[in-house]
Design a protein around this ligand. Structure first.
Ligand code: F3S
Length: 894
């Protein structure tokens, strides 16, 4: 099936799936979803290159519908990492080098085997806003705060040969991937000549699927999986169920593409696409621009899918011409895709056969926001005021805020419902010129009518690349946005990742004094409790224009249909509809964002360089010189004290287990491992204080991810986490058994570890949803959690648990810990653990509270042969250490 593809006078090796198709399946190539074709190419090519890929695995993928869940040994073309998850990955590699050297192995073998791009975008905080100096000031603070971490990154840049670092101040990982990094069709020189093959990327951030908009298959993984993939190991992934989503209609004004993305998110969540791969087709697709597709593809984690794929077509090529400015490359990609069955061609070749099809009519999208806690809870604007007022006094347990009634907010006084934070942020939207221009137009139109946000509201604009600033400026919209308080404050995730920085003192004082429930509106895609700002309890996501609209409104419960935003100079009420930009206004400015020169300049090598980065002084050499006094970079303990027989050790420990915490549905990784500020009165804060660090220098959990002491103490310590073992209490508390005392989760876990009890977690549905955050699994493991029993798991976190040797277990369908009458006070014994992991047999659990026993069965959520192997070895750290201590086999050409 190896084929010679000739284009532009060049001959390249490729995989010809049509020629490779088994006899009986050859007619079926066009019926395969495009994502399956890309995965098949991956298997064939790596088999040709000498990797361990069996014919049986390839045969199963041809008949994917019958083999959903079966093991696929994939090899990625490249890995992308933000600094937040990338630093711990590189730190683990540094510790692995040390461990290999200590054990007498060859430390230099520990190196990246595929290209790795690390984009420093997750550490920027909005310290300063509202003036033209904010960009430089915030960047300066970022360098100050992250000095040690960035020096480590510079060391890593010279220590690992395949690593490229995109310095702070450039933009957001997924937007840079879309606009610059993705090759779409990769080329590689090998001993037998040059090869061409589909780009395929995994990223240490859950929004990696954004690049699926450009026909590039990719998805988010935990840092733990990224670690093994970049070491050149096969990345094991189960054959996915592929769901077709047929898009029809078109987005109608006044709705914007973000509203369509929110509609799709809500529909797909409701349809249950968790763990599937979604592929878009249908009459609406051809007209969707790549930025519009990107906004939809970006939200794959919010609808629960691994990715939301748009096959290559004319829109992709037009976008590549614009952003890459390379006609020959665009022509090559089109020719490759057309010759290799990767070109979307429903008209002549028909629609692939999907496991199921979901229909969505884009004309149903209406101006909306999603909130106040979950991205899938979309509401039409008209519903927001009543929903907020209802939740305000509703008990917390029923989804409300349990607040005392108090005067509502007004421009003069901050009350319940005041919008104290308005942030245009997030790769989801800042990559989409249409919605960014709409925000600028709304700001300009409001200015013309004399309408502005109240002074006590914090506002920010964090573009995902410098291209955005340029086209907003060219379109004459940067100035009106700034006049409305939306100055550019830097290039990074900021508020979307919880780095919103301090509120205005007026807002912070009013909230604290009045115990107010206030709101944030952001054009991000995550709004889980405690994520955006610790003082802001109601968080809504919407288009950038919607952020401006709510900023102008000043409160979340304004009824835009009936209430004006304010009065103009003549005393005439100004309604939102009076100043909302028309599609024609937006379209007229789009050419500003479509100039190839813009992207060429922004991504020129000199533009990607940074004087501040260059000026950083960093160590050199194979091994990182750990500083024993550092509280940022502490060598992780994952490669130490590894048991000889991990499965026997796990079985033994699970004979005596205690429930560390019990949760209901939808516990997020943000709850498990928070990313924001480190409160002084938490175990992590106390640890830092004891180390002599002042509270103002604590920095955030993300910034301290390379200090396992902090991160272990942070686990299950989100200020909003609700552990059912301490009803009515928020934060990292639990009940220690059998004495029944209230303790921090960290203290209770330490006490269980000291008395030889394993800790376990009880949970409801979708355990570990939200951001891919390997510390949620690493922290659990370091707390001594050996198993999590949940009704269901989100994909990445489940895989991360396995990666850390923590056993994910599922209750029988219809069962849950509450339904079984468990309280969490019981002592737990697990039987048949080894056979449960290796052979999928039921595992028996006996929960004994001293007066009664509850017996039930659970099943191990260890899904592939590779995962069973990992559990047997005790997780990825033990497995990779073993790998590098095993002498290399004879060269296999791979
Ligand atoms: Fe994108 Fe960063 Fe948010 S990667 S989704 S802007 S945290």
């Amino acid at each position: 099936m190896t084929h010679v593809f000739v284009h532009g006078g060049q001959s390249l090796h490729t995989i010809d799936l049509a020629a490779a198709a088994p006899e009986q399946d050859s007619a079926r190539l066009d019926a395969l979803p495009y994502v399956i074709r890309i995965l098949l190419e991956n298997l064939y090519r790596h088999q040709a290159w000498g990797a361990a890929v069996s014919d049986a695995e390839i045969a199963r993928l041809w008949r994917w519908r019958e083999h959903v869940g079966a093991d696929l040994p994939l090899h990625v073309a490249r890995v992308i990492l933000p600094d937040s998850s990338g630093l711990p990955v590189l730190q683990d590699l540094a510790a692995l080098r040390d461990a290999v050297a200590e054990a007498g192995g060859d430390a230099a073998r520990v190196d990246t085997r595929v290209p790795v791009d690390l984009i420093v975008d997750h550490s920027l905080q909005v310290d300063r806003w509202g003036d033209a100096q904010a960009v430089q000031f915030n960047l300066g603070r970022e360098f100050e705060r992250n000095d040690e971490r960035y020096r480590f990154l510079k060391w890593a840049q010279q220590a690992y040969k395949g690593l490229r670092v995109i310095p702070p101040g450039t933009g957001i990982i997924h937007q840079i991937n879309l606009e610059y990094l993705a090759s779409v069709v990769a080329r590689q020189q090998r001993a037998d000549g040059e090869w061409a093959y589909p780009d395929f990327v995994i990223g240490g951030d859950s929004h990696t699927p954004m690049v699926n908009a450009l026909g590039v298959l990719g998805w988010g993984v935990g840092g733990i999986d990224a670690e093994s993939a970049l070491l050149g190991q096969a990345y094991t992934f189960p054959i996915p169920e592929v769901v077709g989503v047929r898009l029809s209609g078109s987005v109608r004004a006044p709705a914007l593409s973000t509203d369509a993305a929110l509609l799709i998110t809500q529909r797909l969540r409701a349809a249950g696409v968790t763990g599937t791969m979604v592929e878009f087709f249908g009459p609406a697709v051809a007209a969707l621009s790549i930025p519009d597709r990107a906004t939809i593809a970006n939200m794959a984690p919010e609808y629960g899918a691994t990715c939301g794929f748009f096959p290559l077509d004319a829109q992709s090529i037009a976008y590549l011409r614009m952003t890459r400015g390379d006609e020959a490359q665009a022509g090559f990609i089109q020719a490759y895709a057309q010759a290799h069955h990767l070109w979307r061609d429903d008209a002549t070749r028909g629609t692939p056969d999907y496991a199921r099809v979901i229909e969505i009519d884009l004309s149903e999208a209406e101006p909306a926001v999603a909130g106040p806690r979950r991205p899938q809870d979309r509401m039409a604007l008209g519903q927001v005021p009543a929903d907020f007022r209802r939740r305000l006094t509703q008990p917390i347990a029923e989804g409300g805020f349990g607040a005392e009634p108090a005067p509502a907010s007004s421009p003069a006084a901050i009350g319940h419902g005041a919008v104290v934070l308005a942030a245009i942020t997030s790769c989801t939207n800042t990559s989409n010129p249409g919605v960014m221009l709409a925000a600028g137009l709304l700001a300009r139109n409001a200015l013309a009518r004399g309408i502005s946000p109240p002074a006590w509201m914090k506002r920010s604009l964090a573009p995902g690349s410098r291209a955005v600033t340029r086209y907003l400026d060219d379109a004459g919209l940067l100035a009106p946005l700034a006049e409305q308080g939306f100055h550019v404050i830097g290039y990074g995730c900021t508020t979307c990742g919880g780095k919103s920085g301090p509120l205005t003192p007026a807002a912070a004082d009013a909230i604290t004094d009045g115990k107010l429930v206030t709101a944030a509106v952001l054009s991000g895609n995550r709004n889980f409790e405690g994520r955006i700002h610790k003082l802001v309890r109601a968080n809504y996501i919407g288009s950038p224009a919607m952020v401006v609209a709510y900023a102008l409104a000043g409160r979340i419960d304004l009824d835009f249909e009936r209430e004006p935003l304010g009065l103009d100079a003549d005393g005439t009420p100004v309604m939102l509809r009076d100043i909302w930009p028309s599609p024609g206004d937006i379209a007229a400015l789009l050419p500003h964002a479509s100039q190839a020169s813009l992207y060429r300049e922004m991504y020129a090598p000199e533009a990607l360089d940074s004087a501040m980065w260059q000026a950083l002084d960093a160590p050199r050499g194979l091994h990182f010189p750990w500083d024993p006094d550092s509280h940022y970079l502490v060598a992780p303990p994952f490669f130490r004290n590894l048991p000889q027989d991990a499965l026997a050790d796990l079985s033994q420990r699970l004979r005596r287990a205690r429930v560390l915490a019990a949760f209901d549905d939808s516990l997020t990784t943000d709850h498990i491992s928070p990313s924001g500020e480190i409160p002084a009165d938490t175990p992590a804060g106390q640890y830092l204080s004891a180390a002599g660090i002042a509270a103002r220098d604590f920095n955030t959990y993300v910034a301290r991810r390379c200090n396992f002491h902090v991160m272990t103490r942070a686990t299950f310590a989100n200020i909003r986490i609700k552990n059912a073992l301490v009803p009515g209490v928020e934060g990292g508390w639990t009940t220690h058994f059998p004495d029944g005392t209230r303790q921090t989760v960290f203290d209770a876990a330490s006490a269980y570890a000291a008395d030889g009890s394993a800790s376990i977690i009880l949970a409801g549905k979708d355990y570990g949803m939200g951001s891919s955050r390997d510390w949620a699994a690493k922290g659990s493991a370091l707390l001594g959690v050996r198993a999590v029993i949940a009704e269901s798991f989100e994909r990445i976190h489940r895989a991360n648990l396995v990666g850390m040797g923590v056993l994910p277990l599922a209750f029988a369908p219809g069962q849950g810990w509450r339904a079984l009458g468990l309280s969490g006070a019981e002592r737990y014994t697990f039987e048949n653990v080894q056979a449960g992991i290796l052979d999928g047999e039921p595992i028996q659990v006996i929960a004994d509270d001293g007066t009664r026993q509850v017996r039930f069965e659970v099943t191990a959520q260890v899904l592939t042969q590779a995962e069973r192997q990992l559990m047997s070895e005790g997780g990825i750290p033990a497995a990779v250490l073993h790998h590098f201590l095993t002498p290399p086999a004879a060269p296999a050409g791979h």
